[in-house]
Structures are given as structure tokens and as C-alpha cells.
Ligand binder design. Structure first.
Ligand SMILES: [Zn+2]
Length: 355
């Protein structure tokens, strides 16, 4: 059967090839720009996606994988949204970005996101970078906020608790003590992008906006991040094994298919690399994703040759655009999926069903 063969091919059993660098994206087409679209299926659990592929209800993901591959992505850090997309869109671990989890974060420092890296590489006029995002919370760009502290200052300071986590930063603004709420992860990064739209919620709104953006920038080189939120939303509401979760995967697949159709219709299909991935899975049968490290990457990129982790996706994209990864500072934590590499911290038990 096609899928079984595909999955067998996609695992670690790929014959090792010499460490030759993958041809850069430009090589695919001598004339005209080349593009990358990263499609996020927020909260799509690997096993559930594989079951849906087996049932034939994700025809577009299947078609995409048929052109390239589908590989396992295992998450080595926090399995939540802020940590997830930050790692995917930068290629760095939280020690560099400061984005550890949904509750522990700061703005990603300037210049570290894929968007800013590509703007720096091609020049502002050389590429159009955009993000069209379903969620608001966790993938947002609000500035830091200063919340006045109402209670009177205590006479005596209590002794600090041992090993207490540091509290929020306190500053005095116009004579008022304020608690500092850190800026959101994309506060800096979004300034270096051509378009950042979040909070669109519904897949149909996100998808339609993505199609518009592709249409209006078809003549330029572009990098587009499209984020579908409904898989995650239905998982939280109804659970991972619900029909709603199934339906949301089908919805994400349908819209991914519309993006593929659009690329075909515009004649961009053979010079646009499409990567579909998730920031975290879901706890089996549950409504949360506390320990949900099993996701996937499906792509039409024939150069992707191995499984990996979330931080490997940004280097893959940057390398395919011709960015010299060795020149980046600080060095990326991830490694391109186009080169053989075995991460040192591999989780050996790779989930109930592996790719
Ligand atoms: Zn998420």
C-alpha cells in the first residue's frame, strides 16, 4: 500500500548519503522567485494524523507527502503553543529566545526569526515575508504592559522563599509602582516582517486570507506562515478522540489543499516548497497537551531526508533559501532536515506509532 511504503521510507532507515549540501531553492527554477509556505496545524497529534491518512480523509496531506515525504518530528521541550511556534520559527531553544512556555516568555530577540533572517539575506525588497495566524493568544506581538500595583507597600519585607521563582519585574512609572508584563513573543519579530495578522480564529478566514496574500504577491519571492487553529481549539473543547478533532484535521487539510491548488493555478507549484507541521500533539484521548511531543512534518521538498525535532524546521527553510547557516550568530540549535544528523537528546521511545 502506498502509505505503508511512504512511512517506511520516511523513517530513520533511509540509506545514509554523503554529507553533500542540498541544492538551494534557486536551482529549482533558473528564472523568477522561489517561495516557501509553512503551514501550521496547531495541536495535530502524529498518531491521529496517521490514522486519518490511513482512512483516506486527508487527501491533500497525502498528496503533498507523495511529492516529497512525511517524517516524524519529536519535541524535546515544552509541548505548548508559545514554545512550539517560537522554536519552529527561529530554530533556537528557549535559552536563546527566552520563550520557554505559554507562561514563561519574553519577546524573541530581534533578528532571530526566519522572517527577519530572510529579510536580512535578500534585503527588504528581495522577499515578502508574512504570517497569517488563527490564534491571538500565544502567537501575538503585544508590547510590554505596565500594570499599576494597587495594594499599599508593606511595612516590612517578608524574607524571600527559598527557591521561589522570580516574581514579575516591578518598575516605577510616573511615581506609580507597576508590574511589568513582558512583551509577547512576536513583539520584536513582527516589526521585521512585511505582514503579521493574528487572531483570525477560523480556518476559513485564515485560509481565505492566505490565498489573497499568495495571489497579491505571486510575482515576488515570498515566505508565508499560515497558522490553522481549529485542530487545537477542538482538541481543548472536545478531546483528542472526538469527532470534532477529526473534523478539524479535515478542515486544515482542505485549506492546505486550497493553498496547493492556488499555487498550481498561479504556476508556482514547482517553485514553492510547502511544509506542514504542528507545534505540539495532544495527550492521548485528553483535552490538554501537557506531554504531547509527537508531531510530524509533511512536505513536497524532496530533499528532506530524516526525522527531526522542532528546531530543525527553521534551518531547513533557511538553507533551502540559500542562507549560509554557518554565518548565523548565535549558532542555530536545529539542523536542516536535508542533512544527516542525529540529535543528541533523542527520546528513544518514540510514541505508540512511529513514522
Ligand atoms: Zn498549540
Amino acid at each position: 500500500m502506498f502509505l505503508t511504503a511512504l512511512l517506511a521510507l520516511a523513517g530513520m532507515s533511509l540509506p545514509a548519503r554523503a554529507e553533500d549540501p542540498a541544492p538551494v531553492l534557486e536551482a529549482r527554477s533558473a528564472s523568477g522567485p522561489c517561495n516557501v509556505i509553512l503551514v501550521g496545524w496547531d495541536g495535530a497529534q502524529r498518531n491521529h494524523v496517521l490514522e486519518c491518512l490511513d482512512r483516506g480523509v486527508l487527501p491533500n496531506l497525502r498528496e503533498l507527502s507523495r511529492k516529497g515525504t512525511i517524517v516524524a518530528i519529536d519535541i524535546l521541550r515544552q509541548t505548548d503553543t508559545k514554545a512550539g511556534w517560537t522554536q519552529i520559527l527561529t530554530g533556537y531553544n528557549p535559552e536563546v529566545t527566552g520563550v520557554f512556555s505559554n507562561s514563561r516568555f519574553q519577546p524573541i530577540p530581534e533578528r532571530l526569526s526566519v522572517f527577519e533572517r530572510l529579510e536580512a539575506h535578500f534585503g527588504a525588497e528581495g522577499i515578502f515575508t508574512a504570517a497569517v495566524i488563527g490564534k491571538k493568544t500565544h502567537i501575538d506581538n503585544d508590547p510590554p504592559a505596565y500594570v499599576p500595583i494597587r495594594e499599599p507597600a508593606r511595612a516590612g519585607k517578608a524574607a524571600p522563599k527559598k527557591n521561589a521563582r522570580p516574581g514579575p519585574e516591578i518598575v516605577v512609572r510616573d511615581g506609580v509602582r507597576c508590574r511589568v508584563q513582558p512583551g509577547k513573543p512576536y513583539f520584536q519579530a513582527s516589526k521585521g516582517m512585511d505582514l503579521f495578522e493574528n487572531g483570525l480564529q477560523k480556518d476559513a478566514v485564515v485560509g481565505a486570507r492566505a490565498l489573497e496574500v499568495i495571489e497579491s504577491h505571486k510575482g515576488e519571492r515570498f515566505f508565508l506562515f499560515v497558522h490553522f487553529a481549529e485542530v487545537d481549539q477542538s482538541g481543548h473543547r472536545f478531546g483528542e478522540n472526538s469527532k470534532a478533532y477529526d473534523d478539524a484535521l479535515v478542515s486544515a487539510d482542505t485549506w492546505t489543499g486550497k493553498i496547493m491548488e492556488k499555487l498550481e493555478a498561479l504556476g508556482l507549484a514547482d517553485r514553492t516548497l510547502l511544509y506542514v507541521t504542528a507545534d505540539h500533539g495532544f495527550d492521548e484521548g485528553r483535552k490538554q497537551h501537557a506531554d504531547a511531543p509527537y508531531v510530524f512534518l509533511a512536505t513536497n521538498d524532496p530533499e528532506v531526508r530524516r526525522r527531526g525535532e522542532r528546531a530543525d524546521i527553521a534551518p531547513t527553510i533557511l538553507e533551502r533559501f540559500g542562507v549560509d547557516l554557518d554565518m548565523l550568530a548565535p549558532p542555530l540549535d536545529g539542523h536542516p532536515l536535508t542533512r544527516d544528523f542525529r540529535p543528541p537528546m533523542w527520546r528513544e521511545a518514540a510514541g505508540p506509532r512511529d513514522l
